[in-house]
Design a protein around this ligand. Structure first.
Ligand code: BEZ
Ligand code: FE
Length: 297
């Protein structure tokens, strides 16, 4: 994509160029070379933005007020800066540059704000929904390394919103549901009951929500189920799986969808026998397979 630099008289351009050079030079003696590289790139890109749009004083003040509001609403339990990074695609772009495409491992996506430590452990075939409303979903797969070797004992943290589109932590009553951890067996296999993922909006009651509203953007995330997979000697993977026929895959509010993570959740009409003999009292259910490949550290 090309940027448009408005025509600026020569003398004016020289003044602006001179300021960029002076600010860049002020970082010249930064002892940490990486910090120097990042700060000088920040200066170059920030000045290019200001110059490209011919930013007004009022607009710059508005940007500062916006960032101040993002800071004010951020607490130990709410990270509006991460949400801002998510809706600007910065979280996803950081993941892109860190996780080379086509390296043979399962692709990563955003972590989101709803992972919490201390989830209950469930055995193979256990139910992570723990009473949360929604349609049951049987999730199974394997964890292997990029050479195809099974990874026994890998830890899978899984978490998701309930059928009403809410995470347990959004109820403010302290109950834990829709999250658990489990370990792969000797063959690297795993299986658990969760819920068929449903779409839900990201928090909209802060400045980031206001930004989405004023720019006419959707706040809705495509339906997904989160995974964090850790195993000794292998790179930790934070990812989700998405629902093939969701209809929201092209408009995910945080740009988290990757084609390789879109899975078929096979519909099972009420009365279909379950893989582990669980009695679902006449409810329909779904099943999905997700085989996970981890890279060496
Ligand atoms: C989520 O998937 O839970 C999420 C990710 C990014 C921003 C908000 C929510
Ligand atoms: Fe989520």
């Amino acid at each position: 994509m090309t940027t448009t630099t408005p025509a600026v008289p020569d003398r004016q351009r020289q003044v602006e160029d001179e300021l960029v050079r002076t600010v860049l030079a002020s970082f010249e003696n930064t002892p940490d070379p990486r910090l120097k590289e990042v700060m000088q790139a920040l200066v170059r890109h920030l000045h290019a933005l200001i110059r490209e749009v011919r930013l007004t004083d009022a607009e710059w003040q508005r940007a500062i007020d916006f960032l101040t509001a993002v800071g004010h609403i951020t607490t130990d339990r709410r990270q509006e800066f991460v949400l801002l990074s998510d809706v600007l695609g910065a979280s996803m772009q950081t993941i892109n540059v860190q996780h080379e495409a086509g390296a043979g491992a399962t692709e990563a996506t955003v972590v989101g704000p709803f992972f919490v430590k201390g989830s209950p452990e469930i055995p193979r075939g256990g139910d992570m929904a723990a009473g949360a409303p929604g349609e049951p979903c049987w999730v199974e797969g394997t964890v292997t390394d990029t050479e195809g070797n099974p990874v026994p004992g890998a830890r899978l943290e899984v978490w998701e919103a309930d059928g009403d589109g809410l995470y347990d932590v959004q109820y403010d009553d302290g109950h834990l549901a829709g999250r658990a951890h489990l370990y792969t067996d000797e063959e690297g296999g795993y299986a658990f009951w969760g819920l068929t993922p449903t779409p839900y909006p990201i928090p909209q009651d802060g400045p980031v929500g206001a930004l989405l509203k004023s720019t006419g953007r959707s706040a809705v995330r495509a339906s997904h189920l989160h995974f964090m997979v850790t195993a000794s000697g292998l790179r930790t993977l934070i990812t989700h799986i998405f629902v093939e026929d969701d209809g929201l895959l092209d408009s995910d509010a945080v740009f988290g969808v990757r084609e390789s993570l879109v899975k078929r959740f096979e519909r099972q009409p009420a009365g279909t026998p379950t893989p582990d003999g669980r009695d679902l009292s006449g409810r329909s259910w779904t099943r999905v397979r997700f085989d996970i490949v981890l890279r060496r550290e």
